[in-house]
Design a binder for this molecule. Structure first.
Ligand SMILES: Nc1ncnc2c1ncn2[C@@H]1O[C@H](COP(=O)(O)OP(=O)(O)OP(=O)(O)O)[C@@H](O)[C@H]1O
Length: 572
């Protein structure tokens, strides 16, 4: 397995992708996400103020207890209890805002990706024509979820760190001189460099593991969707083996990831424990250099306690940042996967926009009684079109010129794999022609063209939705209806929409000849012009032209003499 493109790492590409995602999470001022982030910043700052107060309480206890001051002890205890209540309330709010932010980020990022994914037919190009982006569905659902969860879990620590670092550096400088902050900063720089080296291989491993996770899930989905044919073929044993094989490679990748993480954990834990010793070394230096020679033992222990808190806290601020390394590697891995998807979606979207007008693409089902937005009686105009299979380059049709106008129905025939459906894909804007121009001069939907693909499309929704909205909740229409029933339902949709042009790709293959005849008759009576792909010769009489594809680019267009004349007065 190789991740396509550059190996995902903690590099400039990561930074660029991360910033691009941030622009989606924080689109403008004042968006709810920005406001939530600022609230989090305020709560985290307040929290730090209280933590500082709580932190210096032990040193005050030393003083009060050393002087046997009972009333001071009572006051101090009351203050400590109040501070603890305030602190825990603020901490809980901090967690609450982080969780809300996670949901809000997930909403923004997923909705953004959805808008790119469903725009034009980008989802089609992504799944059918692009092989470099694995499991886009998993990236949108699972990777975005984990990215937002991990990012929100480190949000409050990250936003507060510049403030706490600045404050405690000043405090540390105040009590230990320049030696304290300089040695702590030096320690942090070394820690970061070591961690960066340990983190990079984890990021690329994580990206690979997520791909294998997606492949494993996809295998289960394949079996779920094709449960019936698989059961007829008795495919259980083979599928069991194949699914287990995917599981094994996923588990192997997880083991390797854990192995690489071990070194990172060793790094993090070593720096954590070194940090706790470092704080006492930093305090010891002014003591041994005789700076506090005139203090009594009680005063000295109060001072040591206060200084220890300041430098321990400064070190712990840095340690917390180093502890975030594992979260950062996760975030970086997901950033690369989401970033790759975003880049591909945007480039596909731009390409689609350049080739196709959005106005022709969308139709509003509730308002289809209005004016025809594209008058004229030609639906498609093909000029010297050459068509090849995008992935293999196999030539299907060469130099085809064709005008499909109202009243001149065309039937496309030819052997298996000669490119009949591919020609419809070009008409529908799913594929691009290799040469020549394809113009669609009408819109999709009730006033223009409706496509009935070879596999009818049903989604969640009521029966009424299936007919009226076509391509809109009851799950499992595919499980409930027989192929023939699905084809009949597709025609119900066609008769409901009554478009001027209907493109039918073997739309009656599962029906009897009588029913097929009846359905085609109704189509003509409703004034539809048909572009059909079919194998039965009995269909020819419903068309004025026959386009025969011979494969390898050759084709033949003939006029059909058998065009059926509908008896006058025949009602549908
Ligand atoms: N997404 C794809 N990727 C690669 N090759 C494809 C793709 N879709 C179709 N092809 C290939 O293009 C050729 C033409 O396919 P097409 O679906 O147009 O055939 P057809 O004439 O409609 O066949 P049938 O009568 O079986 O429906 C076939 O060889 C097919 O394998």
């Amino acid at each position: 397995f190789e991740v396509p493109g550059p190996r995902p790492q903690l590099d400039l590409l990561f930074l660029r992708r991360f910033l691009r995602i941030q622009a989606v999470l924080f689109p403008k001022w004042p968006s709810p996400n920005v406001l939530m982030f600022l609230t989090l910043l305020c709560v985290a700052l307040l929290e730090q103020l209280v933590i500082y107060q709580v932190g210096v309480i032990p040193s005050q206890y030393y003083e009060v207890l050393g002087n046997k001051d009972f009333s001071g002890f009572k006051t101090l205890t009351a203050i400590a209890l109040t501070l603890i209540v305030v602190n825990s309330t603020l901490k809980s709010f901090d967690q609450f805002i982080c969780n809300r932010m996670y949901v809000s980020w997930r909403k923004s990022l997923t909705e953004y990706l959805h808008s790119c994914y469903f725009q034009g037919q980008v989802y089609y190009s992504l799944h059918v024509l692009r092989e470099d982006i694995d499991n886009p569905d998993q990236r949108i659902s699972q990777d975005v979820e984990r990215f937002c969860r991990q990012l929100s879990s480190m949000a409050s620590k990250l936003i507060i760190s510049p403030f706490t670092l600045a404050y405690y550096t000043y405090q540390c400088f105040h009590s230990t001189g320049w030696l304290g902050p300089v040695s702590i900063f030096g320690y942090f720089v070394i820690g970061t460099v070591v961690n960066k080296v340990l983190m990079s291989p984890i990021v690329s491993k994580l990206v690979q593991q997520e791909k294998l996770e997606g492949d494993f899930r996809f295998k289960h989905m394949q079996i779920r969707v094709n449960a019936e044919p698989a059961a007829f073929y008795r495919a259980g044993r083979v599928e069991h083996m194949r699914t287990d094989r995917r599981l094994q490679s996923l588990l192997q990748s997880q083991r390797e990831l854990i192995g690489k993480e071990l070194w990172l954990y060793i790094g993090i834990n070593t720096f954590d424990y070194l940090g706790s010793i470092l704080s006492y070394v930093v305090i010891a230096i002014p003591i041994f250099s005789g700076m506090y020679g005139d203090l009594s033992p009680t005063e000295l222990s109060a001072l040591v306690s206060k200084n220890a808190f300041v430098s321990i806290y400064l070190i712990s601020c840095f340690s917390q940042l180093i502890d975030l390394s594992t979260t950062v590697t996760d975030v970086a891995g997901y950033t690369h996967r989401i970033g790759e998807l975003q880049e591909t979606l945007l480039s596909l979207g731009r390409k689609k926009k350049a080739n196709y007008s959005e106005a022709k693409d969308s139709w509003d089902l509730d308002n289809h009684a209005g004016e025809d937005p594209m008058p004229g009686n030609t639906a498609f105009l093909l000029e010297r079109v050459t068509l090849s299979v995008p992935s293999s380059g196999k030539l299907l049709i060469k130099d085809l010129s064709l005008r499909i106008s109202q009243g001149s129905s065309v039937m496309i025939v030819g052997n298996t794999g000669t490119g009949k459906t591919s020609l419809l894909r070009v008409l529908g804007g799913l594929w691009e022609s290799t040469q020549g121009s394809v113009e669609m001069l009408t819109c999709f939907g009730p006033h223009g063209v409706v496509f009935l693909p070879q596999r009818p499309f049903f989604t969640d929704g009521s029966l009424r939705d299936q007919v009226s909205q076509g391509p809109a909740a009851r799950a499992g229409w595919y499980d409930v209806l027989s192929p023939g029933e699905m084809q009949r339902l597709s025609f119900a949709r066609l008769f409901y929409l009554q478009p001027r042009y209907a493109v039918l790709d073997e739309a009656t293959s599962a029906l009897t000849e009588e029913v097929e005849h009846e359905l085609y008759r109704v189509c003509l009576q409703l004034g539809m012009t048909l572009v059909s792909v079919g194998h039965r010769a009995s269909l020819e009489k419903f068309h004025s032209w026959i386009l025969k594809l011979h494969g390898e680019g050759r084709w033949e267009l003939t006029r059909c003499e058998k065009m059926k004349q509908l008896p006058a007065g025949e009602e549908c």
